[in-house]
Design a protein around this ligand. Structure first.
Ligand SMILES: Cc1cc2nc3c(=O)[nH]c(=O)nc-3n(C[C@H](O)[C@H](O)[C@H](O)COP(=O)(O)OP(=O)(O)OC[C@H]3O[C@@H](n4cnc5c(N)ncnc54)[C@H](O)[C@@H]3O)c2cc1C
Length: 415
């Protein structure tokens, strides 16, 4: 008898899953039993999404009872089961290996992050899905496909939105371990940031700008560098902040990673520590990706609207993501500026505010973050993703019964 639990809600509580239950297979045979008997199924991983992407009209399945395996060999790590970045990072570090980048928090699952194009920052850093070298996917017939870079489906499978089947294992590219020093600065003028985004965002390995779009007291440049504190921020008038760090209007809690000292990559690349609640907790997030070359115009367009959403906004974070070749990637064949919003946890207010932001970004062919709140319809999103038709073909071939296609996939991909 396969164990079950209730579906609950997303991490921030903004979406209560409509699925009747979460099935908890203990091994791959039980997982095959689950997928073959389901009419409608989605995987629930660490629930750090802000929409119904992981929901289902039927049941959910979690890999949380499956055995976890983390195998480091040569320049790869293979992870099996429900594994977070917080769990694999120390294992990699002990072997002298590292990942090329991390998101703002290590609490999220490898499968969920790679399924949605989760990213950190850096003009030369592509998103976390770009590190995928192979995935193993169990389809709705219970068959497992190993899809590596030589497979014709790879561009769909490495960033699949969970729409192809259950990812039971992922192989990621690793590199030799490296150290990072991070520092946060106030005092860099908005005009200096938007006038030369290449200088600011290319100044260090990973750069984030936090802003509330008006009050310079809320603006912060957060640089993560390979070679000690960088000189470029101070040349732009930046003043290093001490222990007191404020991310816009996010409640200040002791949850950030150490600044001012050098440390292994995984202790500095995420903003938030693995042992603390990340961000604010009581929030909704949205994010849009525009071509890096249009960043100045796109940011100016959003800033013109900012007074209209000020009461909803906790903070905006600006980051960059390098181009990749994954068919549904927000960075598919384009270096992008990621324009992120952490909103108050007010679903009606956020859903009412988003269309104006989306209209302002429409001239820049903005793509949404798949795991965050957006209202763009399928036709607008698909028009920005030239291989989305090929993704749909793969989804229909690997999952002819449509078991892994939920309301979100139908609404956002027209599938
Ligand atoms: C505080 C906070 C900070 C964040 N920071 C960032 C950031 O810095 N950068 C960024 O890009 N995003 C960020 N996000 C968003 C988030 O990391 C991503 O949206 C990510 O998808 C969350 O993964 P998850 O496993 O927690 O989510 P889930 O909702 O559990 O899963 C995400 C999707 O992946 C699918 N999936 C998961 N596992 C499998 C599997 N084994 N097989 C098939 N499908 C699977 C699910 O069905 C779902 O569709 C942040 C979120 C929070 C809450």
């Amino acid at each position: 008898m396969i164990e079950t639990r209730s579906a609950g809600s997303t991490w921030s509580g903004n979406h209560r899953y409509r699925a009747t239950e979460v099935l908890l297979p203990a091994d791959l045979d039980e997982l095959a039993e689950v997928v073959t008997s389901a009419d409608s199924l989605r995987v629930q991983a660490t629930r750090h999404t802000f929409n119904d992407i992981a929901d289902s009209e039927g049941s959910l399945v979690s890999l949380e009872r499956l055995p976890v395996r983390i195998e480091v060999a040569a320049d790869r790590v293979r992870v099996e089961g429900l594994v977070t970045f917080a769990e694999i990072a120390p294992v990699l570090e002990a072997e002298g290996r590292a990942l090329h980048n991390l998101g703002s928090l290590p609490h999220i699952s490898v499968t969920g992050a790679t399924a949605t194009g989760t990213h950190g920052s850096g003009v030369r850093n592509a998103n976390l899905s770009s590190a995928v070298r192979a995935v193993e996917i169990m389809d709705a017939g219970g068959r497992t496909h190993r899809i590596d870079e030589t497979h014709e489906w790879f561009g769909a499978a490495a960033l699949s939105l969970g729409a192809l089947g259950v990812v039971t294992a992922v192989e990621l590219q690793t590199e030799p371990t490296y150290r990072v020093t991070q520092q946060a600065y106030t005092g860099v003028a908005w005009d200096d940031i938007v006038d030369d985004v290449e200088r600011v965002f290319g100044g260090s390995r990973s750069v984030s700008v936090f802003t509330t779009w008006g009050d310079p007291a809320h603006d912060l440049v957060w640089a993560k560098s390979d070679d000690g504190p960088p000189s470029w921020v101070e040349e732009l008038g930046g003043l290093a902040v001490g222990d007191e760090i404020h991310l816009g209007r996010i409640r200040t809690v002791d949850n950030t990673t150490p600044r001012g000292t050098s440390g292994p990559w995984h202790t500095r690349l995420p903003h938030f520590r693995a042992d603390a609640l990340p961000s604010d907790g009581d929030e909704i997030q949205s994010e849009y990706f525009v071509p890096l070359g249009s960043a100045r115009e796109a940011l100016t367009a959003v800033r013109a609207l900012a007074a209209g959403f000020d009461d909803l906004l906790l903070v905006t974070e600006l980051r960059t993501v390098a181009a990749d070749e994954l068919w549904l990637s927000p960075a598919y064949r384009r270096d992008v500026m990621a324009v992120h919003f952490t909103w108050r946890n007010d679903t009606d207010g956020v859903l009412a505010a988003l269309p104006a932001v989306e209209r302002a970004l429409a001239p820049f062919d903005a793509r949404p973050h798949w795991g965050k709140a957006f209202t763009l319809p399928a036709e607008r999103i698909l028009a920005t993703l030239p291989r989305s038709g090929d993704f749909a073909d793969v989804a229909r071939e690997i999952d002819p019964r449509g078991v892994f296609r939920n309301a979100y996939v139908r609404r956002s991909l027209g599938l």
